[in-house]
Write a protein that binds this ligand. Structure first.
Ligand code: ZN
Length: 216
């Protein structure tokens, strides 16, 4: 079971790289491990094409080693903070997709503008307050801006998304990037329209129901 989960992390990390959502060995993928305070996470500085299930390290939410020889991702604190605060979250993906990162550089949220966004992500994709990469402050800021939703933009940095498994969390990254791409095109003209507020409210209700059914 645990090795299946490590393999799932490897496959999702590779897909993230192959789809251009990160370059080099940037970004990181994790999954909640068995126990109260444990996660599997990609190691730092291993090129994705070379990554194997044995390279995935297991650590506590605070970054203390449990199993594995590699150096855990430098963004481990951010992953750990999400697992500690959101008991239903089973996987986290952090990436640097071009369009979503551009929104993060503008420090503008992606407002609620298509139905699937609200239903799958829980509403607007907010931007966290800026903090340096890998810092405890970034972990706190990311968590605060994520709230109970499934995606957040990290100011001047990238994205963080959560899911019920690594593939699901990556799918939320893909959706966030797609939304950012559409929004940047749409908002370059003067006539971009948001969803009506009452529709957003009812779709947030639907999102909450789906989250409760999925235990998230
Ligand atoms: Zn990053």
């Amino acid at each position: 079971m645990a090795s299946d989960l490590r393999q799932a992390i490897v496959e999702v990390a590779r897909a993230m790289f192959n789809e251009g959502l990160v370059m080099g060995s940037a970004g990181n993928v994790s999954a909640r491990a068995e126990g109260d305070n444990a996660m599997h996470i990609t190691p730092t500085r291993v090129p994705y094409p070379d990554l194997a299930a044995d390279d995935i390290v297991t650590i506590t939410f605070d970054g203390d080693p449990i199993e594995g020889d590699g150096i855990p991702s430098s963004e481990s604190l951010m992953h750990g903070a999400v697992y500690a605060a959101r008991p239903g979250v089973r996987a986290v993906v952090h990436a640097h997709p071009v369009h979503a990162s551009a929104m993060a550089v503008r420090r503008q949220a992606i407002p609620a503008f298509v139905d699937e966004q609200v239903v799958y992500l829980g509403g607007a994709v907010e931007v966290s307050a800026y903090a340096p990469a890998a810092s405890e402050e970034l972990a706190a800021n990311a968590l605060a801006a994520l709230g109970q939703r499934r995606a957040v933009l990290l100011a001047n940095h990238g994205t963080l998304t959560v899911g019920k498994d690594p593939e699901d969390a990556l799918e939320m990254t893909r959706l966030t990037e797609r939304l950012a791409q559409i929004w940047l095109v749409a908002s370059s003209g003067a006539d971009a329209m948001l969803l009506p507020a009452d529709i957003v409210d009812s779709e947030i209700e639907l999102y909450r129901m789906m989250q409760n059914e999925g235990g998230m």
